[in-house]
Design a protein around this ligand. Structure first.
Ligand code: SF4
Length: 321
């Protein structure tokens, strides 16, 4: 048995009996689990370049600070079409659309809004950007906002905000795109050297599932917000550092039916080990991480109870019981 697996097995045995543990002990076990998961993700990135190189293949020819308007718009368009979803060859589709259909025109967003909404929707099959009509339609609405707020030049979103990822994120949200897409764009710009500073993980369904299973033993019920909070606990200096390992694990092994036997973090994953042991962590652990109200009440009750018992003891001593 590997030392990590051995240690995590011991922790999971404790996690299964959380109701018998004092809150301080629960926090200590939780802290150890977080450290193990964090170490496993960072080790993966350190030892394997596949887990640390940016998955953005589009802009490798541009040097930092020299992105052209066409490159910026192509990059953003692929992100808006959710290139990470793996549903289609989005990068190739976007490049074909810009180079062949628009003849290399750098005014991508203006070209899109030159259509009427109906006209754009009618070209769904001709343009072949994404297999889902609703994503094709959404691109039109984003294009109108790109023209309105940023004059159709994607670089305006981050120019002047290079040291402020949070502001870039907020400027992206003006386009009414999903938060996970905005996080992906900010993180990819960081990878490419266009902006600096710590930032959140994407926090989509893939991240939520992997983090939930690795830390809590179950990916269900981990919202994007909780996934981002977990990533901040695992990588406080810069949560984005663990985004790619999470994405790679989630898209290769940790799907709806996890392939734990082949997964590189199986010795540091609460789900994988607890399945083997046939025991489940007590939900109190998850509550401890996210500060569930009922658990806060339990904590409060525990404090009141311990205060009452101290008072009782004092009373007993004073009255000579
Ligand atoms: S070991 Fe299994 S549950 Fe854990 S991250 Fe890997 S595939 Fe997912």
């Amino acid at each position: 048995m590997s030392p990590e697996k051995d240690r995590l097995s011991g922790l999971i045995h404790q996690m299964a009996h959380a109701s018998d543990m004092e809150p301080a002990k629960i926090s200590q076990v939780t802290g150890e689990v977080l450290l193990m998961v964090s170490n496993a993700l960072f080790r993966l990135a350190r030892e394997n370049s596949r887990f640390r190189a940016s998955d953005s293949i589009l802009l490798i020819e541009s040097s930092p600070g020299k992105m052209t308007r066409t490159e910026a718009n192509t990059f953003l368009c692929a992100c808006f079409l959710e290139y990470r979803s793996g549903k289609t060859e989005v990068w190739d589709n976007v490049i074909f659309f810009i180079e062949e259909i628009l003849d290399g025109n750098e005014n991508l967003w203006h070209e899109i809004v030159h259509h009427t909404t109906e006209g754009w929707n009618e070209r769904f099959f001709d343009y072949n950007l994404h297999p889902e009509p609703k994503i094709h339609t959404r691109l039109y609405h984003i294009a109108t906002l790109m023209v309105r707020f940023y004059a159709g030049d994607g670089r305006q979103i981050w120019t002047g905000y290079e040291d402020d990822p949070e502001s870039v994120y907020k400027r992206l949200l003006l386009l009414r795109i999903p938060r996970s897409t905005a996080c992906l764009i900010v993180g990819t710009l960081k990878d490419l050297g266009y902006i600096q500073g710590p930032f959140d993980i994407v926090g989509d369904v893939v991240d939520s599932r992997v983090l939930g299973r690795m830390v809590c033993g179950d990916g269900a019920g981990i919202t994007p917000m909780k996934a981002r909070r977990l990533a901040r606990m695992l990588s406080p200096e810069d949560p984005w550092d663990i985004d790619l390992p999470l994405y790679m694990i989630g898209s290769t092994w940790c799907g709806p039916g996890p392939k734990c036997r082949a997964c590189p973090v199986k010795h540091s994953c609460v789900h994988a080990i607890s399945e083997k042991l046939g025991i489940r962590p007590d939900p109190l652990f998850r509550d401890n991480l996210f500060g569930k109200k009922s658990y806060q009440k339990t904590l409060k009750q525990w404090q009141i109870e311990s205060l009452c018992s101290e008072n009782n003891q004092g009373f007993k001593q004073k009255s000579g019981f």
